[in-house]
Every structure is written in C-alpha cells, then in structure tokens.
Design a protein around this ligand. Structure first.
Ligand SMILES: NC(=O)c1ccc[n+]([C@@H]2O[C@H](COP(=O)([O-])OP(=O)(O)OC[C@H]3O[C@@H](n4cnc5c(N)ncnc54)[C@H](O)[C@@H]3O)[C@@H](O)[C@H]2O)c1
Length: 315
C-alpha cells in the first residue's frame, strides 16, 4: 500500500512509524515547510514535495493522510477527493464549521473510504464500555482533559487551533457521543490568565444535556506541566460506574470490587490498521469516517461558541 502524507509534523511522524510497521510505504511527504517535508521523507525513504498537488502529480498512491494543523484544512482534502483517493484526516477536521461541512459533502460525493484521528474509537475497552452502557444507559457523564499547552506555535492562537475544546477535549466529546448519546445542549464558560500565551482560554467548564435525558459536565485545562487526565466517567441508574480513558477501563458495580482493564490494542496502531484494511477492501469502511467525525467536531464548536457568547447552544 502506497501512502502520501500531507503535513510533516509530530503526528505525521507517528503515522509514518505506524504505517511502516504495518507494511505500508509512505512514498510522498508534502509540507508547506520544505525542510519539514525533506526530513520526514528522508526518514521513510519517500520523496518530499511542497504541496499536495505536486505530490499526487508525481506519485501514484493508494491513500492520503492529511495531518495539517486545524487552520490549514481544505485544500489538501479537496485535492485528494478530486482524485477519488481514500482520505485519512487528523482531528480536528478544521477550525470552523463551514470548511468541515463543505468537505463532508465532498466526501459523500466522492464516495471514498475515509478515516479520522479519533483513535479512542478503536480501543477494545471503549467497545466494552459501549456494550455495558447499551444495557445500562448512562445518566451522568463527567469528562475532563487536564493537560499542558502542546508545543506547536499555532496551538495558542484561537483562529489557528480553535482552542483546547476543539483541539483536545474533542476526544472526550467523541467518547461522550459514542457512550452517552448525541448532545442536545451545551453551556460553557472559559477563562484565561493574562499571562497565558496567545488568545485561547486556558480553562473551560461545560454543562451538557444529552438527547436521551442524561446530563454531564466536562472540564479542560492547559495549565498543567503535563497531561494528568483525559477521560470520561459515567454513572448509570443501576449504580454502574465506568471510567474510560485511552489507558484503561474501570468497571464498578454496586457491592463488587472495581474491575480494571487495559486495552488489548494500541489505539494509534489500530486506527491506521483499520484504515488500511478498509482501503484494501478487507473491511467495509472505518469506525470513524469523516461524516461521523463531523458530528463530534460540531459538538466541540458548539461548546466553543457557548464559551465565547456565555449563552447555551442547542445542537
Ligand atoms: N489523534 C491524535 O492523537 C493526535 C495527536 C497529535 C496531533 N494530532 C492532530 O494533528 C494535527 C497536526 O498536529 P501536529 O502536532 O503534527 O502539528 P505540527 O505543527 O507538528 O505539524 C503540522 C505540519 O503541517 C505543516 N503544514 C501547515 N500547513 C500546511 C499545508 N497547508 N500543507 C501542508 N503542510 C502544512 C506544518 O508546516 C507542519 O510541519 C493537529 O490537528 C493535531 O490536533 C492528533
């Protein structure tokens, strides 16, 4: 399987390592910064290009990974879809609503296989949690993403990253959508210290109402020296309590000791394996195609909108 990588930063390097380990060949790397493209291309034995069109004109590929920052989405996806190629896009899908919605329509028209970077969906522990909650629906969800400011310079600029909710809490919002249900209404408050870099909120608190009647709270912070917590906790009517994160699933039933499970798969590897399998026709699509990721993205944008306006937002 021949892959082109668009964007040659931190997450692209990780996909290159995983894809190579899975037997795929990354034959083209495109980046707006020539040195970044050259470096990653040298690592994987591919060729470097200044942009997606140059890469796809020069190389025949079976699929394309788009790993650009949130503000840079659009051009690469259109080029890929215009050529009818399978597309993997890192989260978040964009900084705004219009770009992602327009791209979702183009994905529909193109009818290609898509995958997205919501890799928690590929964890067996998340599937187990979903099965448990299908029998015993959550009434309360408590989610958090307590972390540091990530290194890329674009991250602290609201119009380049979308802010922490759109950029990071999106994984937890996705889990909430999968495990608790679609969000109906969110009300958020955000705040930033004057000394904090850029213009993004460094803390956000969210109250949420889900379509099935469950309610929840979510919190995000970028003020810590390292990631301390990224998880969703649920409470069901029969007393079932789950803690779901990338690292583990805790299952606690009334009167019993908690059961602690660790995922049998690595989510980063599983998400790429699943995409390659879908491209090769070994499975019918991925668990997190573009259209599904769009719904999670819209939830994050609704929270960001509410935090900015101070008013509840209905989805
Ligand atoms: N799913 C995950 O676990 C995960 C983990 C890390 C990052 N990400 C996501 O991946 C995205 C990229 O993050 P990163 O850490 O790799 O960022 P980064 O800043 O390290 O890399 C981004 C690269 O894209 C390049 N670029 C910018 N605009 C471009 C364009 N128009 N065409 C081609 N290249 C362009 C930049 O020059 C840079 O080399 C972010 O949206 C981030 O949220 C996802």
């Amino acid at each position: 399987m021949r892959i082109a990588m668009v964007g040659a930063g931190g997450v692209a390097a990780r996909h290159v390592r995983v894809l190579t380990g899975l037997g795929a060949r990354v034959v083209a790397v495109a980046d707006a910064v020539a040195e970044a493209a050259r470096r990653l291309a040298a690592d994987c034995g591919g060729s470097a290009y200044p942009d997606v069109d140059a890469a796809l004109d020069a190389q025949e590929v079976d699929a394309v990974y788009v790993c650009v920052p949130p503000f840079a989405h659009g051009t690469a996806e259109r080029a890929v879809l215009g050529r009818g190629l399978p597309l993997f896009v890192e989260k978040p899908l964009s900084v705004d609503r219009d770009t992602a919605e327009a791209l979702a329509e183009e994905v529909e028209r193109a009818g290609v296989v898509t995958g997205t970077g919501y890799h928690w969906r590929c964890l067996d522990t998340v599937e187990r949690a979903a099965r448990l909650l299908a029998d015993s629906p959550a009434r309360l969800a408590v989610g958090s993403w307590l972390d540091k400011v990530p290194p890329p310079a674009w991250w602290t600029s609201r119009d380049r990253s979308g802010g922490q909710v759109v950029e990071q809490l999106t994984h937890v919002l996705d889990l909430a959508r999968l495990l608790v249900g679609e969000l109906d209404e969110v009300w958020a408050a955000g705040s930033r210290a004057e000394s904090s870099p850029g213009d993004v909120d460094d803390v956000t608190a969210v109250a949420a109402r889900f379509r099935g009647g469950a309610v929840g709270t979510l919190a995000a912070s970028a003020l810590l020296p390292a990631k301390r917590r990224a998880e969703l906790e649920t409470v069901s009517a029969d007393g079932l309590r789950l803690e779901v994160s990338e690292q583990r699933l805790v299952i606690e039933r009334p009167g019993a000791d908690p059961e602690v499970l660790t995922p049998a798969v690595n989510g980063h590897e599983a998400v790429d394996r699943e995409f390659l399998d879908a491209v090769a026709g070994r499975r019918a699509g991925t668990r997190m195609p573009y259209g599904e990721a769009l719904r999670t993205h819209l939830a994050g944008l609704a929270v960001a909108e509410s935090a900015a306006s101070g008013k509840p937002v209905t989805l």
